[in-house]
Design a protein around this ligand. Structure first.
Ligand code: F6R
Length: 614
C-alpha cells in the first residue's frame, strides 16, 4: 500500500516522478504528492487529495524544475485522505521531506514526546512523526541526514519504506526499508527509487532490492552506499530485471483488467512452459526440485494466503488431497499468525501471493519459520520479499498484474497448484498413469480452451447487461468449483460494489436460500462431473424460489441449459481443470457489470493492489 518513487540525476525529476507514480497508482490512489529540489534551500512540495492526475492538474503552471525529487501515492492508514495528510511530509523546520509506505506502530508515544519538546504537527499521519523525529535527532546531535535517519529508525517499530531529502544536502537522497518494498534503479550517474520495478524498467534494468533494515545513501557525486541500521557497510547486489515495458501498458484495451483477462492463455502457458510435457509424460517444478522429497513426505501442507490468493489455496487443497493424498489446511494469513497454530517439524508451509509483499502473509511466513517449518512460495512478482524469505518456490510467471482485481495471477496460481498436486501424486504413486497423462494433456490444452472461451465475451457482456442493476448476487459451486464461487463473488463486489456471496451449492439450503427471490441472480457452476446431479438438484431449488439462474455448463449440456435463465458453455475438460476455465466467465461478468455501472475497474474504491499493512 502506498507507492513511493525517487529520482536523482541529470534528467528533470518531475516527469520521471509523475510517470512512476502513475505506474504505482495501483498501490493506493487517495492522494498524491511530490517534492522537488533544484539546489540548496530550494525544496518545493506539491500534494493533493485524489489521483495522480489531480496532482498533475494542480501543479500546472507551477515551478516543477529540479533534478532531484521524491513522490508518493497514498492509501490512507492514519488520517483521512486529504491534502494535509498527503505525502511528502515536512519536518517542523522545513529542512527535511519524507515519503513513507508502511505503518509506524509506536508513533503515538514518539509524537507525545516530540510535542513535549515543542514540535507542532499539521497532519494526523504517523509519517509526519517520523520526519519530526529525524529532524529532532539531526538538529540536537548535529549529524548528517543519513545518520539522523539511521538513529531514528532504531527507535521506531513497524513497517517502513521511506525516501527523504534535506534542503541542506541537495545532492543526496536517503532511503530505507523494513517490511515494505523498495527497489533502487542504477542508471548512468543517475538513480531511481520505487516501491517496485515498474517505474524503473524503462530507464534501466539494473536494480538493487534493498533488504530489511538497510539504508541507501545515494549521493550524486559519490554514488550508492548501503549501510544497515546498526551501521554496518553492505555491498549492493545488482540484479537484472526481466520485465518488459510493454507488459506495463494497456495495449489497446480499455482497462488493464480486461487486458489481463485476455492475457490468461499466454500467462498460463508461461506458468507451465518448461515444467511439463504431455508427450514425454513428465512434470517438474525446478524451483522446488530440491524440496520434492520433503514435500512428498510432509505430514501436512499448510497453505497461507489472503484474498484471491487464498481462494487459489482452497482449490489447491482439493487438488493435493484428491490427487496426492497429503492432508492440507488453508489458512487466512492474518488469522494464522495470531492464533498460535500448531506447526510440526514435518509440516510444509506454502505461501501464495501475487505481489509477494502482502504484510499478513509475510508475517505468517516468518512465524512459521520460527516454528521450524519448511517454507515454499508460489509468487508472481520476481524478486519480491516472499520469494526471498521462502526456502524455495515457483514463480507463476503471469507477468505484471496492474488491475487491482486479480485475474491472471489467480488462474496461474491455480495452475501451479495443479502442477504441484500432479508432481506430488506422481512421486507418491497416488495417481494412475492414465489419469496423470490425461491431466498433462488437459493442462497443455488449457491455453487454447481459454482462447475459445474468450470468444464468448460479447455474449457474456449481454448477460452482464441484464444483471447490472442487481443489489445482491449469490455464487454457487461444489467441490473444487466452490472456491471459484467465492472468487466470482469477490470479483463482483470489489469492482462493481454489488453485494455478493459465494457458497458451496449444497450449503445454500442452510441459510442463503432465504435471500432468493425473483430479483436475486444466482451464478452457479454446473459442469459435468461427479457432483453434476447434486448441483442440478440445488439449482432446481433456486428456480423453485423464482431465483434468476446463470449457469456455467459443459459444452453440449442439455439438462441445465433447460433450467437456467442463461448459460455459458465452457469447453469439455477433466474435472480438475474446470475451476480454471470456470473462473473466466465470472471475471468477464464482473468486468462488464463494473464498466456498465461506471465504476473504476482498475482502481476500485478503498482498495490497493499490494497490501503491505497488517
Ligand atoms: C482481489 C485481490 C486481493 C489479493 C490479496 C492478496 O482481487 O487481488 O484479494 O488477492 O490482497 O494479495 P497477494 O496475492 O499479492 O498476496
Amino acid at each position: 500500500m502506498c507507492g513511493i518513487v525517487g529520482y536523482i540525476g541529470d534528467k528533470k525529476a518531475y516527469p520521471v516522478l509523475i510517470k512512476g507514480l502513475s505506474r504505482l497508482e495501483y498501490r493506493g490512489y487517495d492522494s498524491a504528492g511530490i517534492a522537488l529540489m533544484s539546489n540548496e534551500e530550494d525544496l518545493r512540495v506539491y500534494k493533493r487529495q485524489g489521483k495522480v492526475q489531480d496532482l498533475v492538474d494542480f501543479v500546472d503552471g507551477m515551478d516543477i524544475e529540479g533534478n532531484v525529487g521524491i513522490g508518493h501515492t497514498r492509501w490512507a492508514t492514519h488520517g483521512l485522505p486529504n491534502d494535509v495528510n498527503a505525502h511528502p511530509h515536512f519536518s517542523g523546520d522545513g529542512d527535511i521531506v519524507l515519503v513513507h509506505n508502511g505503518i509506524i506502530e509506536n508513533y503515538d508515544i514518539i509524537k507525545k514526546e516530540l510535542i513535549k519538546r515543542g514540535h507542532v504537527f499539521k497532519s494526523e499521519t504517523d509519517t509526519e512523526v517520523l520526519v519530526h523525529l529525524i529532524e529532532d535527532i539531526k538538529n540536537n546531535s548535529t549529524v548528517s541526514l543519513e545518520e539522523a535517519v539511521r538513529i531514528a529508525l532504531n527507535e521506531v517499530h513497524g513497517a517502513y519504506a521511506i525516501v527523504a531529502l534535506s534542503k541542506h544536502e541537495p545532492n543526496k537522497i536517503i532511503a530505507a526499508k523494513k517490511s515494505s518494498p523498495l527497489v533502487i534503479g542504477m542508471g548512468e550517474d543517475e538513480y531511481y527509487l520505487a516501491s517496485d520495478a515498474t517505474p524503473i524498467v524503462e530507464y534501466t534494468k539494473n536494480v538493487v532490492y534493498l533488504e530489511d533494515e538497510q539504508i541507501a545513501i545515494i549521493d550524486r557525486n559519490n554514488g550508492l552506499r548501503i549501510i544497515s541500521i546498526s551501521n554496518k557497510e553492505v555491498s549492493p547486489y545488482v540484479q537484472e530485471l526481466e520485465m518488459q515495458l510493454e507488459e506495463l501498458e494497456k495495449g489497446g484495451y480499455d482497462h488493464f483488467m480486461l487486458k489481463e483477462i485476455y492475457e490468461q492463455p499466454r500467462a498460463i502457458h508461461d506458468s507451465f512452459r518448461g515444467r511439463l510435457n504431455a508427450q514425454e509424460g513428465w512434470i517438474s517444478l525446478g524451483g522446488i526440485r530440491d524440496f520434492e522429497e520433503r514435500i512428498a513426505e510432509a505430514n501436512r501442507i499448510i497453505i497461507i494466503a489472503c484474498g484471491t490468493s487464498w481462494h487459489a489455496g482452497l482449490v489447491g487443497e482439493y487438488y493435493i488431497e484428491d490427487l496426492a493424498r497429503i492432508p492440507v489446511e488453508v489458512e487466512y494469513a492474518s488469522e494464522f499468525r495470531y492464533r498460535n497454530p500448531i506447526i510440526r517439524p514435518n509440516d510444509v508451509v506454502i505461501a501464495i501471493s501475487q505481489s509477494g509483499e502482502t504484510a499478513d502473509t509475510l508475517a505468517a511466513l516468518k512465524m512459521a519459520k520460527e516454528k521450524g517449518a519448511t517454507l515454499l512460495g508460489i509468487v508472481n512478482v520476481v524478486g519480491s520479499t516472499i520469494s526471498r524469505v521462502t526456502d524455495a518456490g515457483s514463480y507463476t510467471h503471469a507477468g505484471p498484474e496492474i488491475g487491482v482485481a486479480s485475474t491472471k495471477a489467480f488462474t496461474t496460481q491455480v495452475t501451479l497448484m495443479a502442477m504441484l498436486a500432479m508432481m506430488l501424486a506422481k512421486k507418491r504413486k497416488t495417481v494412475t498413469e492414465e489419469r496423470f497423462n490425461t491431466l498433462l494433456n488437459e493442462m497443455e490444452a488449457l491455453p487454447s480452451k481459454i482462447e475459445k472461451l474468450l470468444e464468448s465475451n460479447d455474449y457474456i457482456r449481454g448477460i452482464a447487461e441484464i444483471y447490472k442493476d442487481a443489489q445482491n448476487a449469490l455464487y454457487l459451486g461444489r467441490g473444487s468449483s466452490f472456491p471459484i464461487a467465492l472468487e466470482g463473488a469477490l470479483k463482483l463486489k470489489e469492482i462493481s460494489y454489488i453485494h455478493a456471496e459465494g457458497y458451496p451449492a449444497a450449503e445454500m439450503k442452510h441459510g442463503p436460500i432465504a435471500l432468493i427471490d425473483e430479483n436475486m441472480p444466482v451464478f452457479v457452476i454446473a459442469t459435468k462431473g461427479e457432483n453434476y446431479e447434486k448441483v442440478v438438484s440445488n439449482i432446481q431449488e433456486v428456480k423453485a424460489r423464482k431465483g434468476k439462474l446463470v449457469a456455467i455448463v459443459t459444452q453440449g449440456d442439455v439438462t441445465v441449459k433447460n433450467i437456467a435463465d442463461h448459460y455459458i458453455e465452457i469447453p469439455d475438460t477433466d474435472e480438475m481443470i474446470v475451476p480454471i476455465l470456470a473462473t473466466i466467465p465470472w471475471q468477464l461478468i464482473s468486468y462488464h457489470i463494473a464498466v456498465m455501472r461506471e465504476c473504476n475497474v482498475d482502481q476500485p474504491r478503498n482498495l490497493a493492489k499490494s497490501v503491505t499493512v497488517e
